[in-house]
Every structure is written in structure tokens, then in C-alpha cells.
Design a protein around this ligand. Structure first.
Ligand SMILES: Cc1cc2nc3c(=O)[nH]c(=O)nc-3n(C[C@H](O)[C@H](O)[C@H](O)COP(=O)(O)OP(=O)(O)OC[C@H]3O[C@@H](n4cnc5c(N)ncnc54)[C@H](O)[C@@H]3O)c2cc1C
Length: 341
């Protein structure tokens, strides 16, 4: 039996099918609630249930603690209504935001290229076939179906929205990972792949504020999409891009980023190695990327930041940025938490 979900204070309602999460039902109905990982792990979709019971057995104990559950909070990506539900949205939601996301769809795609960017990051290029283009915002992600299974995994677009017929992904190979295994062992040009999306709300806010970008590893992907779009828009905003890698063998696309820099009038790329290997010839920055950010930047009041990569890097970067005067509302991030499950 389906249940009705009502979003207050706007009185917007939609139907949630039996067993469906509130977030899936909202997105299916074209309603853009805030969220991050879609898998109960990051906490971005936390909201107050004002009326009705939900089942959220799949929400992580860390992303939603017991005392929060007792206060009636829920992770909308994991919460399945048991009856009609009323949600009291955060004060800063607007009705316009609820209708702002590009449409989400199911796509059939083919693999065009699979190639190594580093020893453990692969580039996967897909050509969309049916439908043959996807409207998305720089910073958004898609989910791909692991061939031969019913598992789906999230990966951010590295190409800009001006290339709507293809999807370029940068994928970190994980030991025992489902997508990782496919890429290592079986992926070939011509393979069919099911893709769905676009998802996510990580995107560059319009304006003129100076921009700080911080990425680690495959967190490069959405940042590259954003940088390409900013270059296409001929932005004059000052941009500083801090990229953290362990050793020289973990740096990639250095030439491409230098070329982007030539299209941006006030751009600086600051790569840093946290654990250079013996024999690495490197006279650039060393240390954790957050330490480099701490050393390099002055007062950041009035600037804004876009962060992407592992959770500990993002959490540390947020603290550095706030200590340098950046308002937390001007810090946007995408945590690459696990989407297994
Ligand atoms: C919004 C979003 C966007 C993302 N974009 C990207 C992207 O562009 N590129 C990219 O490489 N990854 C990205 N990720 C992370 C990616 O979705 C997961 O890491 C994915 O599950 C890996 O797939 P897999 O099938 O290879 O490994 P899985 O089969 O999912 O996992 C294998 C093992 O690794 C662990 N694991 C999974 N993910 C992580 C992780 N991130 N960190 C540490 N351990 C992990 C699992 O718990 C499991 O033990 C994104 C995640 C989110 C939420």
C-alpha cells in the first residue's frame, strides 16, 4: 500500500510506493530534497518527521544516532513510511529549490574507453545510447549497474554538462570492490552498461566569490567537471585548486589541469604529496592537503569552497576553512562514502 508524504511548510505532497524510501519517491516525482550518498551513510538528507512512523533500519548508526532517532529525525534516503508522513523541512529550504534538479532517468550506455589514470584510479568513458543525452549539473553523479549483478554504485561525472552525450568517470579501485573487479578484469570497449541519474546537489553557486577547491584521489572528478564549466563560462573568479596525493604515482591529469589554467584568468593549482616514495623527484608542496591549505591561504571570509574526496579529508578541510573565516554555508562538499549495499 502506498503512503502520502507531505513536505511542510510548503504543503507539497507526493505518493511513496510500498517499500520505497521517501527520497526515492521524492526524486521520482521530480521533487529535489537535499541528499548526498543516497545510501544511509552520509547524513545529508537528515530531516524532521513531524507526523507518522518510518522504518529506517538501513540508516547507519553513525549518520543517524539513537538520540536523533528519538527526536524524530530520519535519513530520508533510508526511511520507508509505515503510514502517511508529514516532514518539517529545514528553515532555509525554498519552494524553488524543491523543483530545481535536472530530471532523473534510466539510460542504456556503452563503454567507449577504460584506461588507467594512476596505479589505482581508472577512467571509464561511456557513450549514452538510449536516451542519448543527459542534462546534468557539474558536480552531480550517476549510478552504474555492476554488469551481471543487481548492485549499483555512485560515481561523479568528470566531464562538463556541455558534453551531455557521454559520461566520463574516475574510479578508485578498491580491494574486493564490485565495480573495481569489473574494471580490473572484464571491462572492454563496447560493453553495455545501465546508468541512472543524474543525482546530487554538489554544484558551483552562481556569483563572483573567490573559489577554493580541495580534492583527493578520484575526488578530482566533479572538480574537473566544475573547472571545465567555469572555463567555458569565461569566469573571472579567482580559483585555487588544492589536490592531495600520497606519492608522485598518485598525481594525474597534470597537463590537462595546466591547460585549464590557461583558460582561467586567475587560477592556481597546488598539488601536494603526503607520503612521497624514495626516488620521487618532487619540489612541490608536501604534507596533508589540509596542512597545505592551512599554510597557503589567508583570511577566507567572503570566499567559498568545494571539497570532494574521502570523509576525513573533507572534515579536516571544513575545520581549516572555518578557522580562516569562511562561513559554513559557503562550504559545499561531496563525501565519497561507500555505496555498497
Ligand atoms: C555521491 C558519491 C559520488 C561518488 N563518486 C565517486 C567517484 O567519482 N569516484 C570514485 O572512485 N568513487 C566515488 N564514490 C564512491 C563509490 O561510490 C564507492 O566507493 C563505491 O562503492 C566503490 O565501488 P566498488 O564496487 O568498486 O566497491 P564496493 O563493492 O562498493 O566496496 C568494496 C569494499 O570497499 C569498501 N568501500 C567502498 N567504498 C569505499 C570508500 N569510498 N572508501 C573506503 N572504503 C570503501 C566497501 O565497504 C567494501 O568493503 C562516490 C560515492 C558517492 C556517495
Amino acid at each position: 500500500m502506498s503512503h502520502t508524504v507531505t513536505l511542510q511548510p510548503f504543503g507539497v505532497s507526493f505518493d511513496c510506493a510500498e517499500g520505497e524510501t521517501i527520497l526515492s519517491a521524492a526524486l521520482r516525482n521530480g521533487i529535489s530534497l537535499r541528499y548526498g550518498c543516497k545510501h544511509g551513510n552520509c547524513g545529508s538528507c537528515k530531516a524532521q518527521i513531524a507526523e507518522g512512523e518510518v522504518d529506517q533500519a538501513h540508516a547507519s548508526e553513525v549518520a543517524l544516532m539513537q538520540f536523533e532517532r528519538n527526536q524524530g529525525l530520519a535519513l530520508l534516503c533510508a526511511a520507508v513510511p509505515e503510514e502517511d508522513i508529514v516532514i518539517e523541512l529545514a528553515d532555509d529550504y525554498t519552494e524553488e529549490e524543491l523543483s530545481s534538479a535536472p530530471p532523473i532517468g534510466d539510460y542504456k550506455a556503452r563503454v567507449v574507453a577504460v584506461e588507467a589514470l594512476t596505479h589505482d584510479i581508472m577512467r571509464l568513458e561511456l557513450k549514452l545510447q538510449q536516451p542519448d543525452f543527459m542534462r546534468f549539473n557539474a558536480g552531480q553523479f550517476v549510478e552504474i549497474n555492476v554488469p551481471g549483478t543487481d548492485a549499483w554504485r555512485a560515481f561523479s561525472m568528470a566531464n562538463p554538462p556541455s558534453e551531455p552525450d557521454r559520461v566520463v568517470l574516475m574510479i578508485k579501485l578498491l580491494p574486493g570492490g564490485a565495480v573495481s573487479g569489473y574494471l580490473r578484469e572484464r571491462a572492454r570497449p563496447g560493453d553495455p552498461l545501465n546508468v541512472r541519474g543524474p543525482y546530487g546537489q554538489f554544484s558551483v553557486a552562481p556569483g563572483v566569490a573567490p573559489i577554493i577547491m580541495v580534492a583527493g584521489g578520484s575526488g578530482m572528478a566533479p572538480i574537473l567537471s566544475m573547472l571545465n564549466e567555469l572555463a567555458e563560462q569565461r569566469t573571472t573568479r579567482p580559483i585555487r585548486f588544492y589536490f592531495g596525493a600520497r606519492a608522485l604515482r598518485d598525481l594525474f591529469l597534470t597537463e590537462e589541469i595546466a591547460a585549464l589554467g590557461r583558460r582561467l584568468p586567475d587560477f592556481r593549482y597546488v598539488p601536494a604529496l603526503s607520503a612521497p616514495e624514495p626516488g620521487d623527484r618532487w619540489d612541490g608542496e608536501t604534507g596533508l592537503i589540509t596542512e597545505v591549505l592551512q599554510r597557503h591561504s589567508g583570511n577566507l571570509r567572503g570566499s567559498e569552497a568545494y571539497l570532494c574526496g574521502p570523509t576525513p579529508m573533507i572534515d579536516a578541510a571544513v575545520e581549516v576553512l572555518k578557522a580562516k573565516g569562511m562561513f559554513s554555508t559557503r562550504i559545499r562538499f561531496d563525501k565519497f562514502v561507500s555505496t555498497a549495499g
